[in-house]
Design a protein around this ligand. Sequence first.
Ligand SMILES: C[S@@+](CC[C@H](N)C(=O)[O-])C[C@H]1O[C@@H](n2cnc3c(N)ncnc32)[C@H](O)[C@@H]1O
Length: 283
Amino acid sequence: MPADTLPDIEITTEEYERVRKLVYERAGINLGSNRQHLVQARLAKRIRSESFAGFRDYFRHLDSETNNEEITHLIDAISTNTTFFFRESDHFDFLAESLVSRIKSEKWDEKQYTLRIWSAACSSGEEPYTLAMVINKILKEYPSINAKILATDISQKILAQACAGQYDAQKIKSVPDEYRRHAFRHIGKSSSLYEISPEISKYITFAYFNLMTPQYPFKFGFDYIFCRNVMIYFDRPTQESVINRMAQHIRPNGYLIVGHSESLNGLRHKLEYVKPTIYRQKG
Ligand SMILES: C[S@@+](CC[C@H](N)C(=O)[O-])C[C@H]1O[C@@H](n2cnc3c(N)ncnc32)[C@H](O)[C@@H]1O
């Protein structure tokens, strides 16, 4: 039967509460009580595409599986992945200015330094690729400095898109001209698709990572952590514990940058406030 002739798939309040609890426990995402319609619409797509009979059948399957595969799809379906190149562009201006000043004051160019940046909820890749464009331009003047960007997300589906690094012409419009030429290659003459060039992608490693992980496993600290537009979905206690885990992995004088609609106001942490949305590890 074609999808549009299937009867409506409705989620009961009890089933919605189950999804809410599951998504909160696994991903820290706090759905609130008024997202029932949104969740119904997003999961109904999944239920149809996998030919479950309805929500009851879907939950039976979730209960029976041992490998957590469907829970991963459920979180994929629920999470919001909106992002774009040079989003909240003042953060990239701040990165460029502070990076040049730190290279000079901390003499990174004299000691084979490896600059490390973490894009902690990278979605479809626009944020880490933007970071790479900015540092690529600066590091041309400092060839002895190495750079690595770790880009992570909880959604396997969105990570696959990020790794592919292919974007429609419309999407790359927000990239300033000075970067666009080096950063993208047109794929085929007749398509409107562009792919990220190796000059930019060479800095980035994409990986699955859930910010709810109790102990972050990183061997190295980061000079910059960009954790933007994800904590808005977390409640205050979750935000506080995520910030404190991140802070343990920021190098002295390193920065944590959060989204414009996020704030660490009222959360207990040891980072210094620099200006709205920007925090620093003491030197
Ligand atoms: C709105 S996007 C933000 C993308 C980018 N940082 C930006 O500001 O444009 C939020 C991303 O957070 C991811 N996410 C949600 N919960 C997460 C968690 N617990 N751990 C890691 N990533 C998570 C989602 O999959 C989604 O890709």
